[in-house]
Design a binder for this molecule. Structure first.
Ligand SMILES: [Zn+2]
Ligand SMILES: [Zn+2]
Length: 128
């Protein structure tokens, strides 16, 4: 008889405690995790160009370079007959190998840090 009385008192107590603990946990969770709800925006995409994107970049010879003929990657001269890649937009030129090595890692011009937008390398699909 005493057993069942104790049980009758103990069980609701246990239930209340459990609810209280869960409630406290939720409260703690909400307070500690709240700052993370406002997720910081992802760091800017620092992915270089893919091989196919590199292929779309204009290729010129050294004598066609308008912004000087020194390659800023290897600091060597781009000879008149040497092939160079031209950065669309800023028209800076680099040896094909140098440009490919750099641009496959960084999507920007090594001279003026102009962002290389893969969009401008895509052929215009709509009649502009
Ligand atoms: Zn070079
Ligand atoms: Zn540039």
């Amino acid at each position: 008889m005493i057993d069942s009385v104790l049980l009758a008192l103990f069980l609701p107590c246990l239930g209340m405690s459990a609810i209280f603990i869960v409630y406290m946990c939720l409260l703690w969770y909400a307070t500690t995790h709240r700052p993370q709800i406002a997720m910081p925006s992802k760091p800017a995409r620092e992915k270089g160009l893919s091989a196919s994107e590199l292929e779309k970049m204009p290729k010129v010879t050294g004598k066609e370079l308008v912004m000087g003929s020194e390659c800023a990657v290897c600091l060597d001269e781009i000879e008149n007959e040497q092939l160079a890649r031209l950065v669309p937009g800023c028209n800076h030129g680099f040896h094909v190998e140098c440009a490919d090595a750099w641009l496959s890692k960084h999507p920007l011009c090594p001279v003026c840090r102009a962002k290389l937008d893969p969009q401008i390398l895509k052929p215009c699909e709509n009649p502009c």
